[in-house]
Design a protein around this ligand. Structure first.
Ligand code: FAD
Ligand code: MLT
Ligand code: ZN
Length: 484
């Protein structure tokens, strides 16, 4: 045995022939990949910055096969890295460089086990893509509200493991609030059937919440009971040019008061982010003649019989104009225009990726602090790296900014030389204002140490105790979230 690159020097044995034979017996030939071309797609993350190696990629078909695979690996002392759609942004689904871990892909657990419109619940397996889950709910006349740019590829299991957020959190909450029950394979291979569909259950610790947001470090989610909602077929959508970030926040208050729970999304996009979208995303067009420093995308949603959402939106925007908060607005007049506006928001991640290396900061702040944060941190970062591009956007209704950075146009890689200094400035300012350095993407490996440095020893002790209790041998996604 040789040590892996686990920073604590944990030792993971290589896959023996005996273990591979046992895995093949259980999962079949299509369930165990070892050829370099076959495993390659599982070894690099969406950002292209995290790369690993594996002894094998395991592709179980159902919960029983997940349980077998985990038990066999656990008995052999082989570390496992659960993976869903591989769209995570913190390196959590990438194996380490040792070649001694296995990726446990949940991509073949794709059954929609049940949709119950009367109870407003749906039971789906972990590998179901988010978009497919949304379609299944819609086919039954219901809404599963989680929504994000990656929904065609990311999976329900990954959404649960990362406690994903997205563009409808303002109204429906994060994944944690959308899960009623879970089925989980524990690190020793036992299956916990917690697929409860009730809305009230005060029978002790809420065990399922431990696995939500744990990034695969405590067990493998194999299925979940999800909450459904009434559909919102009526929608009113507009692209706004607020006077500045403070004005964008003030407009949110106006919208909240007038639209109440019908306010579904409120997203911020900086001019820098929009410029990248217009350059790289086909079919996008700036609806305004003049450039503005900031934009906001607002959407209201309601049932077909609801009063006219356009009227509510227009009244809100009218008040915002009167109070000099709003400089311009473009209201979508149909589905094609609505989709075009959403493309300008959802396209930012992909557009920024096309511009070369980037640093992602996924921060939340008290909403009233956003404008001061943007001004203060922007000044400091520009002083550190003249020409740096601040690709600021995000779920401003939740106080969540994607404060992402790209290097200067003429030298994009200069960004990475200063990575630590730039990120230190951002995190220091977030901490000073009582914010969080990971609003919705999790920690993986990229934010693990920074998060630990910001948490006190007491909180870290509790976290280590939970990890130690559920995964005493440390084989479930080691090195992610927390160093044990
Ligand atoms: P993966 O990337 O495969 O895995 C993520 C983590 O979950 C890893 O730690 C992995 O080990 C673990 N994991 C995966 N499946 C399981 C399982 N079944 N059991 C246990 N652990 C598991 N995120 C947001 O929150 N909001 C956004 O708006 C958003 N927008 C995005 C837009 C783009 C273009 C992209 C590329 C990503 C975006 N993301 C967003 C990030 C990402 O899509 C989410 O984190 C998503 O929830 C990850 O799901 P996945 O199936 O791809 O998980
Ligand atoms: C988004 O909301 O578009 C993503 O979560 C942000 C990102 O890719 O950094
Ligand atoms: Zn986001």
């Amino acid at each position: 045995m040789t040590p892996t690159d686990d920073p604590r020097g944990h030792v993971t044995p290589a896959l023996t022939d005996g273990l591979l034979r046992a895995l093949l017996d259980s999962l079949g030939r299509s369930g165990v990949l070892t050829e370099p071309d076959d495993v390659a797609p599982y070894l690099t993350d969406w950002t292209g910055t995290h790369h690993g190696r594996v002894g094998a990629v395991l592709r179980p078909r159902d919960t029983a096969q997940v349980s077998d695979a985990v038990r066999l690996c656990a008995e052999a002392g082989v570390a496992m890295v659960p993976q869903g759609g591989n769209t995570g942004l913190c390196g959590g689904a990438t194996p380490d460089a040792s070649g001694r871990q296995v990726v446990l892909s949940l991509g073949r657990l794709r059954r929609i086990r049940e949709v119950d419109p009367a109870a407003d619940t749906m039971t789906v397996e972990a590998g179901v893509p988010l978009a497919t889950a949304r379609e299944a709910a819609a086919a039954a006349g219901r809404l599963f509200p989680l929504s994000m740019g990656s929904e065609g590829s990311c999976t329900i299991g990954g959404n649960i493991a990362t406690n994903a957020g997205g563009t409808a959190v303002l109204r429906y909450g994060m994944m944690r609030e959308l899960v009623l029950g879970l089925e989980v394979v524990l690190p020793d291979g036992r299956v916990w059937d917690g697929l409860r569909a009730v809305r009230k259950d005060n029978t002790g610790y809420d065990v399922k919440q431990l696995f939500i947001g744990a990034e695969g470090t405590l067990g493998v989610v194999t299925a979940a009971v999800l909450r459904l909602f009434p559909q919102t077929p009526c929608r009113a959508t507009a692209w706004l040019a607020p006077r500045d970030v403070d004005a964008a926040v003030a407009i949110l208050s106006v919208l909240r008061e007038r639209a109440a729970e019908r306010l579904t999304a409120y997203e911020l996009v900086s001019r820098q982010a929009l410029d990248m979208v217009l350059a790289h995303v086909p079919g996008t067009r700036d609806p305004f003649r003049e450039n503005h420093p900031w934009y906001a995308l607002v959407e209201l949603g309601g049932p077909a019989a609801a009063e006219d959402l356009d009227t509510v939106l227009e009244a809100s925007l009218g008040e915002a104009f009167e109070r000099d908060l709003l400089v311009d607005a473009a209201v979508a007049t149909g589905t094609a225009q609505r989709e075009a506006l959403w493309l300008m928001r959802e396209g930012v991640s992909e557009a920024q990726r096309s511009e070369g290396p980037s640093i992602k900061h996924d921060v939340t702040l008290p909403i009233g602090d956003l404008a001061a944060f943007v001004a203060d941190v922007g000044t400091r970062l520009r002083a550190l790296l003249p020409g740096i591009r601040l690709v600021t956007y995000g779920h401003v209704g939740d106080g969540n900014l994607h404060y992402n950075l790209s290097g200067p146009v003429d030298d994009p890689s200069a960004l990475l030389v200063l990575r630590d200094e730039l990120t230190a400035v951002v995190y220091e300012r977030v901490a000073q204002r009582g914010g969080s350095i990971s609003a919705e993407h999790g920690l993986g490996t990229t934010k693990r140490d920074a998060a630990a440095a910001l948490k006190g020893e007491v909180e870290l002790d509790v976290a280590r105790a939970v990890k130690g209790a559920l995964d005493p041998t440390g084989l479930m996604n080691p090195g992610k979230v927390l160093l044990t």
